[in-house]
Design a protein around this ligand. Structure first.
Ligand SMILES: [Zn+2]
Length: 480
């Protein structure tokens, strides 16, 4: 049998601030997808994440704190690396864009596009939002002439001679590619959005800055006065992670990959990066999953509104698995996720403490009355276990990982209902045979539930397995 290879990557968050909940939600979805392909489909998985460490914001902030920019990056990156443990993530690659190998990769990429004739120098004047690290045309600004995502930040007027990438060369090629790959961007409404964007006149975008104004970037090959502008450097991480271009074997093994991003990254991932790949003569990405934002009570989270929910706070309150569960269960892939503490606590208690946790405690306790050995019970379960999770592949292909959680919760309700119906505690003496059959079936159901949730809450799933095998234990999710 040929083992399939699956490469998945998140975007690389800016390290100018601590990891926010939107990124936590993005990387947990990527982790669940990675675990589905690894643990359920039995594929080989390469899972990449990392940090974007160049750009104006990072440079300014280090200056403010009076430390070197690299020192600032080295401090900030810790919070992102810690996510691996606190959110139990299974990534096996972490790219820092200030890493020497990545820098070399980005420069090689530049040289190939330049040779192709897709990079040229031109005078340039534009409005620029430091918040987005994106140039803004007037049509993208709000009525006050400000960035709608960063209305409190003044737009910069950038006027200098820079290098440009001939995005306009790739309009038709991109549209053809989209046509041939009808599920390239998920969900569909985001795919339609990017198609519309590419159908308009594609404007070449600037890919460098004057070093005198912005020294913190990858040096442009052959021009010591310019550094690469963030995207042209950062996007290359998806292949520098595979040691492109030095390790062709590794690159061919894993590329093309699947990318998970937020909706503010739609254009960069599904158009700009794809055109860059075409220019470099490399295969396009396989698929782009676009998440909605995580908001609170209908509003964007912001320090000034005081409604920021940090991933670390969630972990303190709900534990690692509680956090992983809530961020997936409360989401509807592609839509914004509206989180409040009240909503999360309610859902935690309903689904986990009173639902999943309670059904395990109940069944395990009742099962202690079965007059069979643990070994006989485990044998029964193994013999009768026939759950095929591969059937959820279509949902996973569309990014809708939460569907499997909903199905698991249905099963929890079914078990609960059946317990109430047959009242095992009443029949354990009067109808011992029926009791045994029913109880074995309940344990089998627990095993199925465990299999269904294990890619979402892996640590708890291990505890569930022990509970089933030993008929002992309780309190998977204490009530809050
Ligand atoms: Zn902005």
């Amino acid at each position: 049998m040929i083992m399939k290879n699956y490469y998945i990557t998140t975007t690389l968050p800016y390290i100018n601030s601590n990891p926010h909940i939107g990124f936590a939600s993005e990387i947990i979805r990527a982790d669940v997808l990675a675990r589905f392909h690894r643990d359920i489909l039995g594929e080989k998985v390469f899972f990449n994440t990392g940090t974007d460490e160049h750009g104006q914001k990072i440079y300014d902030q280090a200056k403010e704190q009076k430390i070197s920019t690299q020192e600032f990056c080295d401090l900030q990156v810790q919070a992102f690396k810690k996510l691996k443990e606190s959110l139990n993530l299974s990534f096996n690659s972490f790219v820092r864009t200030t890493n020497e190998k990545h820098i070399k990769s980005a420069q090689e990429f530049w040289k190939i596009c330049e040779k192709k004739g897709d990079i040229y120098k031109a005078k340039y004047k534009t409005k620029y939002c430091v918040g987005c690290e994106l140039e803004k045309t007037d049509s993208e600004l709000n009525d006050e002439g400000r960035c709608p995502l960063h209305p409190n930040k003044d737009l910069q007027i950038v006027e200098e001679e820079n290098y440009f990438f001939k995005f306009s060369n790739y309009q038709q090629a991109l549209l053809d590619f989209y046509k041939d790959n009808s599920d390239f961007v998920q969900p569909n409404k985001r795919f339609n959005e990017i198609k519309k964007f590419v159908e308009q006149d594609l404007k070449d975008f600037s890919i460098s800055r004057l070093k005198t104004k912005m020294p913190w970037g990858v040096p442009v090959p052959g021009d010591e006065n310019q550094v690469m502008y963030v995207w042209f450097d950062a996007l290359v991480n998806y292949i520098s992670a595979l040691e492109w271009p030095d390790n062709q074997v590794k690159f061919d093994k894993w590329w093309p990959g699947v990318q998970v991003a937020g909706k503010d990254n739609l254009r960069q991932q599904s158009a700009m990066w794809q055109a860059m790949l075409m220019s470099a003569g490399l295969l396009n990405s396989q698929k782009i999953y676009i998440n909605g934002f995580v908001i609170s009570n209908g509003q964007k989270m912001s320090k000034s509104l005081g409604n920021v929910i940090a991933p670390a706070e969630m972990v303190d309150r709900f534990g690692t698995d509680g956090t992983r569960y809530l961020l997936m269960a409360l989401s509807n892939f592609g839509e914004d996720v509206d989180l409040t503490w009240e909503r999360m606590i309610e859902r935690y208690n309903n689904d986990l403490a009173n639902g999943l946790g309670n059904v395990f405690s109940r069944v395990i306790k009742l099962s202690q009355k079965i007059e069979l050995s643990d070994k006989e019970i485990v044998e029964y379960i193994d013999k009768n276990f026939d759950l095929k999770l591969e059937k959820y592949q279509a949902d996973f292909e569309q990014g809708r990982v939460e569907k499997l959680l909903q199905e698991a919760q249905k099963k929890v309700s079914e078990v609960d209902k059946r317990i109430e119906e047959i009242k095992p505690w009443e029949i354990s003496k009067s109808e011992p045979e029926k009791f045994q059959i029913e109880m074995l079936n309940f344990l089998l159901k627990l095993k199925e539930i465990k299999e269904m949730v294990k890619i979402f809450i892996p640590e708890t799933a291990d505890k569930m397995e022990v509970m089933i095998e030993t008929r002992d234990g309780e309190g998977l999710f204490p009530r809050i």
